[in-house]
Design a protein around this ligand. Structure first.
Ligand SMILES: [Zn+2]
Length: 330
């Protein structure tokens, strides 16, 4: 794939060429907005583009406004230690008002230490609720001179209108399957191997690799988290449930054992993994029945959200899998 490096912020970023070109163009023509909302599925590279733009803002030797990626400033951003480029993530289940005041606003009020500009990157801004957003709105709307905000969201439909209306929108599309494959075989290979080596079977089989690429939905980040959560094995347990001995309910015990982690202190992580497994099974079913069983999956998600016992949900999941395929074939 040809890369027109003149128009790209960072040639190492897979995909998002148009977004990079548009942002670089805005920078070159002095039309860069002071606040952006980057939306698009999580794990596809929004943060990388925001960081590349941050490098462009602070770079010592930019090439026609594109970052050199070699100078001290660029390298400090790359290693996450640049005082004027800060990535913020929610401190609790949501961003708290206290955190917005004491961390985000406090950082925004400081003059740039290195001099050129400041870039604040907020991850998952759909978790910015009203009270916390209100603390932030004025700074978002009228940031100190030379300060830029990049707000990122994987679920931009959930971002508050008060936040959204103060930002310029940049939408990011999922990567192509080939691009994800290239990344996990190239730059991410080491990380993949490290995760795989922490499991009993140390490498990925072809089936698992295909599964991960199929369900990554164009997101290298999702590929890595499916791998980290060992979802392929859980998926296989459900698929083999009909032949589980002595009963399918043994399969649901196995699923729960597989999805539980020694470090879990509450049921929440297990519930999250069950939600994820239900998503995967729904996608798989959808490919075969065109959405005919979506009510069933909605019920499963709903039961989990209503605090149903995870074992009960796993039973429902397994039972459906044992019964439904035959019904749907008629
Ligand atoms: Zn540089």
């Amino acid at each position: 794939m040809p890369i027109i490096s003149d128009n790209i912020l960072d040639p190492a970023i897979a995909g998002h060429e148009r977004q990079q070109q548009d942002l670089l163009h805005a920078l070159r023509t002095s039309r860069l907005g002071h606040a952006y909302l980057f939306s698009g599925q999580s794990g596809i590279g929004k943060r990388l583009v925001a960081l590349a733009l941050a490098k462009a803002l602070v770079c010592e030797q930019p090439d026609d406004r594109a970052p050199c990626l070699r100078c001290r400033q660029c390298k400090m951003v790359e290693s996450g230690v640049h005082p004027d480029v800060q990535v913020f993530s929610r401190d609790k289940s949501v961003y708290s008002a206290e955190y917005m005041r004491e961390s985000v606003l406090d950082w925004a009020a400081r003059t740039p230490r290195e001099g050129k500009a400041k870039a604040g990157i907020l991850l998952d801004v759909e978790f910015l609720a009203n009270a916390s957003a209100n603390v932030f709105l004025k700074t978002l709307e009228e940031p100190p001179a030379g300060t830029y905000w990049f707000l990122l969201s994987g679920r931009s439909g959930h971002v508050l209108p008060t936040i959204r209306s103060r930002c310029l929108d940049v939408r990011f599309a999922p990567l192509k399957r080939d691009d994800v494959e290239r990344l996990v075989r190239g730059p991410l290979k080491g990380a993949v191997e490290t995760i795989a080596s922490e499991r009993e079977e140390s490498s990925l089989g072809t089936d698992e690799r295909e599964f991960l690429l199929d369900f990554a939905e164009g997101s290298p980040g999702r590929y890595m988290s499916l791998l980290r959560e060992d979802m392929f094995a859980a998926f296989e347990i459900v698929r083999g449930a009909a032949s589980a001995k002595p009963t399918p309910f043994d399969a649901s015990e196995k699923i729960l054992a597989h999805l539980s982690r020694a470090e879990d202190t509450t049921q929440e992580p297990l519930r999250e993994r069950l939600h994820l497994l239900i998503d995967l099974l729904e996608r798989d079913a959808h490919a075969r029945d065109g959405g005919g069983s979506s009510d069933h999956f909605r019920k499963l998600h709903g039961s989990l959200d209503a605090n149903a016992n995870p074992k009960l949900v796993a039973d429902m999941l397994v039972l459906h899998h044992c019964v439904m395929p035959r019904e749907q074939q008629t």
